[in-house]
Ligand binder design. Structure first.
Ligand code: UD1
Ligand code: UDP
Length: 380
């Protein structure tokens, strides 16, 4: 008998990391795979859905301008109920730590539908940091029947919370699967590569691969709104002024709480290039071209080390300590002095740069999605 799996996701990183799982599941016989996009993100989600060719069964289209956690959470819960009633899946798959993930797991719990949690077990141990992601991930973890942990450390975190070991599977992180797919596409398809180069030359006036010291920058964390973001922008202003030969490329998150401040403080600096969020393939090209990466993103922290790019994480802690231990990632906080000092060091100390540029991937081998699909097949 055909079993029904319902994947629920709604933001850019969830879609990037669930795309390989979707495609792996569709290869399994007697399994119907449906996708509910919550639309917590809009343009940023649509970029990924188009790129990875994911058919959407239902789109809840919940995003509103400058949404807050109350309206987002309640809207998601209300809108998911009829979806579960109508589709009556045999299991639900959620991803990571977003509000979509937490609410979808909760909806599954209320309807007594088993939930699989992809990217389970990452923890900072601090409930409010990252906010609200640590909480969201823990809630999905309480509910989940299957925990797909990227690393052994993530499994250990779950064991410490008394999750039964038979329910935890160390699979690797599907972000590596997505990154490998993009890397292969870029290597094989020279026309695509040229299209990306031309697009970037039109947008920036140069090909980032030709720029010796390109620094790629992203930030969006809620706990960095306000003071943290001011510190980040002030550091970038100082660095860009003291290194006029370096180019800073900053795809700015569409959240107005980020974009308005970034435009106002960095919009006029010649070697700081503020661009709209770029498609995943363009971002992979930029990552590959970068000298170093400044970010508060979760996914970027995982991708950059795979490509041998040093990363300075503009947070005080991380639920992804594996690359810190490996030496490719350093925590510098959302603190202008430490961001400047960390960047200066990497620009001037070639030994340190070399040490942090070792390609290292503690997050997986690119086969995580296949493992997850196989576990679902067996379990259903
Ligand atoms: C969300 C997740 C965060 C994840 C991040 C990835 C929560 C609470 N936050 O944060 O865990 O790391 O996505 O990027 O789940 N916007 C647009 N178009 C888009 C996307 C966003 O205009 O395509 C604007 C909207 O005004 C929206 C705002 O950004 O209201 C904030 O979006 P939201 O999903 O609430 O927060 P993020 O910071 O994106
Ligand atoms: N990304 C992208 N375009 C951009 C910036 C980032 O496709 O302009 C990708 C990036 O490669 C990574 C993911 O988006 O896979 C990270 O998303 P984000 O930083 O928004 O969320 P987080 O990972 O912190 O939850």
């Amino acid at each position: 008998m055909t079993k029904k799996v319902l994947m629920i996701f709604g933001t850019r990183p969830e879609a990037i990391k669930m795309a390989p799982v979707f495609h792996a599941l569709t290869k399994i016989p007697n399994l119907s795979v449906q996708v509910c996009a919550t639309g917590q993100h809009r343009e940023m989600l649509d970029q990924v859905i188009t790129l990875f060719d994911i058919p959407i069964t239902i789109d809840l289209n919940v995003m509103t301008e400058g949404q807050d956690l109350f309206s987002l959470t309640s809207l998601l819960l209300t809108k998911l109920r009829p979806v579960l009633d109508e589709l009556s899946p045999d299991c639900i798959l959620v991803h990571g730590d977003t509000t979509t993930s937490m609410v979808a797991a909760l909806a599954g719990f209320y309807c007594d539908i088993p939930v699989g949690h992809v990217e389970a077990g990452l923890r900072t141990g601090k409930l409010r940091s990252p906010f609200p992601e640590e909480f969201n991930r823990r809630v999905s973890g309480i509910i989940a029947q299957w925990h797909f942990a990227p690393t052994q450390k993530n499994k250990d975190n779950l064991l410490a919370e008394q999750v039964d070991k038979s329910q935890i599977f160390v699979t690797g992180n599907t972000v590596v699967d997505a990154l490998h797919q993009m890397r292969d596409r870029l290597n094989k398809d020279s026309k695509l590569k040229i299209d990306i180069q031309n697009q970037l030359v039109r947008q920036l006036g140069f090909d980032p691969k030709e720029s010796e010291r390109m620094i790629l920058l992203t930030c969006h964390r809620r706990e960095n709104f306000g003071e943290g973001l001011m510190q980040i922008c002030s550091a970038v202003r100082v660095l860009a002024t003291s290194h006029p030969g370096s180019q800073f490329i900053f795809p700015v998150h569409l959240n107005p709480k980020i974009s308005e401040h970034v435009q106002a403080t960095l919009g006029m600096i010649k070697n700081v290039h503020l661009v709209k969020p770029v498609s995943y393939e363009v971002f992979c090209y930029l990552l590959d071209a970068a000298y170093l990466v400044l970010t508060d993103s979760g996914g970027v922290q995982e991708e950059a080390p795979s490509l041998g790019k040093p990363v300075l994480v503009m947070r005080e802690n991380t639920e992804r300590p594996e690359a810190v231990t490996a030496g490719t990632v350093r925590l510098v906080g959302a603190d202008s002095k430490r961001i400047i000092a960390g960047t200066e060091e990497l620009l001037t100390d070639s030994d340190l740069f070399k040490k942090m540029s070792q390609a290292h991937n503690p997050y997986g081998d690119g086969n995580a999605a296949m493992r997850i699909a196989e576990i679902i097949r067996r379990s259903l």
